[in-house]
Design a protein around this ligand. Structure first.
Ligand code: SF4
Ligand code: SF4
Ligand code: SF4
Length: 326
């Protein structure tokens, strides 16, 4: 192998598995400094054990260039306070020398999003950085009411979401996501998803066509309505469906079935706040925008475990507290 071959080899990929990687600072520096991998012995290249102890993230300190981006994301942006630089290894480390899985890491993946090499990667898919092969699609996380904007990186040829990034331009999440928004979309491709309606026949759930299912449900509803009246029926909808679906569902119950027995999970779990806000402000809605948290003198939280329920709001609050203390 000639010197130029060796440099080309180093430039191609440093065995991360993310072939055709176009966004790796480790690879770029190796090229810039004309690193000949034959001059680095295998022991030196693999000084640190690869940490695969956590659910969603692999940490390979051997690929770390000590840029500090992950520590900044964990300490200053998402304010989880987990990652610090180790004085001995000059690599990010977890408190008391713990592995990622044994630490209090919440698997938000902010560190993965900012890591410019293959040191911190999504455990399930190493295609992060293969941006040239994927189509970014912006949408809103469907898990909670915070409304973080996500960028789905879609493998159009295989109709698959390969990974998710937080959108930095969103004033709501400023690039941050919680574990659900970042790693919680693999259900879309689950083999266990229902792809056809099921009707229980003789105690067994049997696949059925949509035509058969709609006729079956309409028949059952009509029979109950004619025997016991419209108000014997009730519909319960979900915040996980779209506004349009919820609109159509309440029309079905109010206009076609003729009852106001229609409800929604968001009204139930938020009924106390809706009642209080409506009485105080005239509307059961959020009274301030999320960026205002950073400019608040007082943040009064009642009846909320914000870090667990709405982690990105919690990060904004923790940022504000850190700023006030500085
Ligand atoms: S996943 Fe989140 S909490 Fe865990 S180390 Fe990375 S930034 Fe910190
Ligand atoms: S962001 Fe990646 S390369 Fe930079 S210090 Fe963290 S692990 Fe190392
Ligand atoms: S806080 Fe988490 S679950 Fe809620 S919208 Fe943001 S990423 Fe999704």
């Amino acid at each position: 192998m000639t010197d130029s071959d060796a440099i080309a080899e180093a430039a191609r990929c440093l065995e991360c598995g993310c072939q055709a990687n176009t966004q790796c600072d480790l690879r770029d520096y190796a090229t810039e400094y004309q690193v000949d991998y034959r001059e680095i012995n295998t022991e030196e290249r693999k000084m640190f054990p690869v940490d695969k102890s956590s659910e969603f993230i692999v940490f390979d300190a051997n690929r770390c260039i000590s840029c500090g981006s992950c520590v900044h994301a964990c300490q200053t942006e998402s304010v989880h306070g987990i990652l610090n630089f180790s004085e001995s290894s000059h690599r990010p480390s977890f408190p008391d020398g713990a592995t990622m899985g044994d630490s209090n890491c919440v698997q938000c993946g902010a560190c993965v999003q900012v890591c410019p090499t293959g040191a911190l990667t999504d455990k399930r898919d190493k295609s992060h950085s293969r941006v040239e092969m994927l189509t970014p699609v912006k949408t809103i996380c469907t898990y909670c009411g915070v409304g973080c904007r996500v960028e789905l990186y879609v493998d159009a040829a295989n109709n698959k979401i390969r990974y998710v990034k937080g959108d930095k331009t969103s004033p709501v999440n400023q690039g941050m996501l919680c574990v659900k928004g970042r790693f919680g979309f693999d259900f879309i491709h689950s083999e266990e998803r229902l792809t056809t309606p099921l009707i229980r026949k003789s105690g067994e759930l049997v696949p059925a066509s949509w035509d058969e299912t709609v006729s079956y449900v309409a028949d059952k509803l009509n029979k109950i309505k004619s025997m016991y009246g419209s108000d014997s029926l009730a519909g319960f909808s979900s915040a996980k469906t779209t506004n349009e679906d919820n609109y159509a569902f309440q029309k079905l119950f109010r206009r076609e079935i003729g009852t106001n027995n229609i409800d929604h999970c968001a009204r139930l779990c938020h009924s106390s706040t809706v009642t209080g806000l409506e009485a105080s402000f005239g509307s059961g809605a959020m009274t301030n925008d999320i960026p205002s948290i950073a400019h608040s003198d007082v943040i009064f939280i009642i009846g909320s475990d914000t870090s667990a329920a709405h982690p990105i709001i919690a990060s904004h609050i923790k940022q504000a507290v850190t700023k006030a203390r500085a």
